[in-house]
Design a protein around this ligand. Structure first.
Ligand SMILES: [Zn+2]
Ligand SMILES: [Zn+2]
Length: 762
């Protein structure tokens, strides 16, 4: 009883002095470790604080567990609840003991004084001790007992660079503090007093002795029962330091650089993150044998736009293979992966429906002449097949018809953030990988397709679903395109494709960049969007790189482990569509001349589809086409599928059976060739000298045509070999060998001109 009275009097006196002497507003350091959490609040990563310590922020845990509080107070400061910050009895006793022993054996410090010492962090002199006492009194006056104890436990030194019970609980026991046993709580109570005891395993006897003494005290004051006491004694003391996890290292690194908050909760799903990481590593190990070093993958939840897993490279710690590079934010050539976006836009624009034919023949657009990866030409092919076979020429023709500026603006609006040139500088090659895109932006683009054409931000921090949805494409058009993308044959499953009825459906697209530098596989389901990129971060090309073979298998590994409530697919809601009558054979809007007409689903607000240009009723007389200028009155009307000459050439070459189209009657007055189309270079019977350039290659000869109809497509033949067609361009560079040549140019209306010339090589 007299002790309490003494506390009271002493406290009042010293408290008064403290208020006069220490008006400083001093606080404990706020230098905490940054903690990055998964969506279930487990750790993704913990960073050292600025003093290179593990010191977790206090608000990670709602409350300090009772057993830890009790153990700490029993060990450090039994009268904590009663004293005003200083325990004069303990101080006098400590002074007596220290003088008697000739050295410091006891500090006599209360928990409040220890907090004061942590704040001041000065040398331990008698004067400093006095100041600590005054500060302790001031702390008690301002803070509750609970707050003082929390301050102590949050910052107490636990040996090496571990500070605070939170970090200690994870580092020594790999546990949330709420799960600590009495033995573990006792260990955490004794350690701040002798933090040197924790790390070297040789000291674990000394640590155990101290812990067991505290357990005995807890038993003898009836805090714990006998059974708990005995079981606690046989628990080992920690002799192993658990590392903090290092999940989603590229993302957490990025957050650490850009976000100052002590605790950052992300949208990462720890299980999906773990599995994606596993498959990227496994797949990459296989790719290494072929000299393909890097891979990355991103998984989004489509409904929220939240990132569920973020694997920036095959191995963050693999410094020899640029493991620290974040592939998800690296701009790479897009290969073919922008094509579905164009096809969907082109549907809304009335250029195509999935079955509309697009020409697939050699074509020159000014100086640009795309080629298909297979170097084969179909002649003419439905849009959906052109998309899933990823043919380049139909995509370029479609972009040419759609307009590069419009396409570019839509890409930017959809979130492609890496376009740094003007639309004209990119030109038509943009659809074949002429621009660079990041896997992050690609994920956003495909999620927008899955979202019915609404393109929004995606996020790794929980966000409220943004309401300003940007509708760039109609829902109907995206649904039609996703439906087609489902049909892509899966890598390695070509033979089993139909057998694997229970395979999860996915709309997906692969891409391989020019020169085999980047392999992409991107897919989307009603629930998820997955982006996979495989290649070399340093841009080294590799002949084995292909979207289908190098990236596709990884996409499906990831897809197969994603939790799916049921096998479901995008709904085709009838209110998003109208029915249009199309020509069965060509997929254009049916004209009265089309022999077979079918009903086709089209997006509700589609612009008018072009009328079938290929079915034509012509007048035929003696197996010749005639017109009002040349018929003799005995003609009959015959319906023809009238493809242009280049299409006919390739259809015939590919064994496609096509109807024979007769020639226009030769002596028709409208057929004066030079009137409408004339080769003006080389001239007929000319002799041309071809010189070599600096590299020793022969300079091309640019042939030219004069025509009144500059918008007509022109078809070029050299020595009966078809060269290709040109659009809006009455010229074509020719690479010529020495000798005699014959150049023939025709147009879509069947006008034709031919010249013969000879070439002399210098
Ligand atoms: Zn037709
Ligand atoms: Zn005629």
């Amino acid at each position: 009883m007299w002790r309490k009275v003494l506390f009271g009097i002493g406290g009042l006196l010293l408290g008064f002095i403290a208020y006069v002497a220490l008006p400083l507003q001093q606080h404990l350091s706020q230098d905490y470790s940054q903690v990055i959490l998964a969506n279930d609040s487990t750790f993704l990563r913990v960073f050292l604080n600025e003093n290179e310590q593990w010191c977790l922020p206090p608000f990670l845990n709602a409350e300090i567990p009772e057993n830890l509080k009790t153990a700490v107070l029993t060990y450090e400061d039994q009268y904590f609840a009663y004293h005003p910050g200083v325990n004069p009895y303990a101080l006098i006793r400590a002074l007596y003991l220290n003088m008697k022993n000739g050295e410091v054996v006891s500090g006599g410090s209360t928990i409040t004084m220890q907090v004061a010492r942590m704040i001041r962090d000065k040398e331990r002199t008698l004067f400093q001790k006095l100041l600590e006492i005054l500060l302790a009194l001031k702390l008690e006056a301002r803070y509750s007992k609970e707050e003082v104890l929390t301050q102590y436990l949050t910052h107490a030194p636990y040996g090496s660079n571990v500070r605070g019970y939170l970090a200690a609980s994870y580092r020594f026991f790999n546990k949330n503090p709420t799960q600590l046993s009495w033995a573990e709580a006792a260990t955490l109570a004794v350690l701040p007093n002798a933090p040197g005891l924790i790390f070297p395993t040789k000291n674990d006897r000394a640590l155990k002795i101290k812990r067991d003494q505290l357990l005995r005290k807890l038993y003898s004051n009836k805090t714990i029962d006998q059974e708990t006491y005995e079981l606690s004694l046989i628990e080992p003391v920690p002799n192993f330091i658990y590392p903090f996890p290092l999940a989603a290292p590229h993302l957490t690194e990025f957050i650490h650089q850009t976000n100052q908050l002590n605790v950052v909760k992300t949208t990462i799903d720890p299980n999906i993150q773990y599995e994606t990481d596993f498959f990227v590593k496994q797949h990459s190990a296989r790719m290494q044998q072929m000299g393909i070093r890097n891979a990355c993958a991103l998984v989004l939840e489509n409904s929220s736009g939240h990132v569920l897993s973020y694997v920036g490279s095959q191995d963050f710690n693999d410094l020899n293979k640029s493991g620290k590079v974040d592939g998800i934010r690296s701009a790479r050539s897009s290969g073919s992966i922008l094509k579905p976006f164009l096809y969907a836009l082109a549907i809304d624009d009335g250029l195509i429906l999935p079955n509309t034919l697009i020409k697939d023949v050699p074509t020159y657009f000014n100086s640009f002449s795309p080629n298909n990866a297979s170097e084969q030409f179909a002649g003419i092919i439905p849009a959906n097949k052109a998309l899933i076979y990823s043919l380049n020429i139909p995509a370029v023709r479609l972009l040419n018809a759609y307009g590069i500026n419009k396409f570019y603006n839509n890409l930017e609006a959809a979130g492609i953030s890496t376009l740094f040139r003007s639309p004209d500088e990119y030109g038509l090659p943009i659809i074949l990988g002429g621009s660079e895109v990041t896997p992050w932006d690609v994920a956003r683009l495909y999620r927008g397709m899955a979202n019915g054409g609404q393109f929004n931000q995606i996020a790794y921090l929980p966000q409220r679903n943004s309401q300003n949805n940007l509708q760039l494409i109609s829902k109907g058009a995206t649904r039609l395109i996703l439906e087609e993308m489902k049909e892509l044959i899966r890598p390695g499953l070509e033979f089993y494709w139909k057998k694997y009825g229970n395979q999860k459906p996915i709309a997906w697209k692969t891409g391989t960049s020019y020169g085999h530098k980047d392999a992409w596989a991107v897919g989307t389901t009603p629930d998820y969007t997955i982006v996979v990129w495989v290649g070399n971060f340093d841009g080294q090309s590799n002949k084995s790189l292909s979207g289908m073979r190098s990236a596709g298998p990884l996409l499906f590994n990831i897809l197969n482990v994603l939790p799916e409530s049921e096998k479901r697919w995008f709904e085709m809601d009838s209110k998003d569509f109208i029915e249009v009558k199309t020509c069965k054979e060509t997929g254009f809007y049916a004209s009265s001349e089309c022999p077979e007409v079918i009903h086709t689903q089209a997006p509700k607000n589609i612009k008018p589809l072009r009328i079938c240009p290929f079915h034509k009723t012509l007048q035929v007389e003696k197996n010749q086409i005639v017109c009002s200028h040349c018929w003799n009155g005995q003609h009959e009307n015959v319906a023809f599928l009238n493809y242009p000459p280049d299409v006919r050439y390739y259809l015939r070459k590919n064994g496609g059976l096509i109807q024979h189209l007769p020639e226009h009657k030769a002596d028709c007055p409208t057929r004066k060739e030079s009137d409408v189309l004339e080769i003006i270079y080389p001239l007929d019977q000319a002799k041309i000298m071809v010189t070599r350039d600096f590299n020793g290659a022969y300079q091309p000869v640019v042939s030219r045509v004069a025509t009144r109809f500059t918008d007509r497509e022109l078809f070029w033949h050299l020595d009966d070999r078809y060269l290709g067609s040109t659009i809006d361009q009455p010229s074509l560079p020719l690479r010529l060998k020495a000798g005699e040549h014959r150049l023939t140019v025709s147009d879509t209306e069947g006008n034709k001109h031919q010249v013969s010339f000879s070439v002399i090589v210098n």
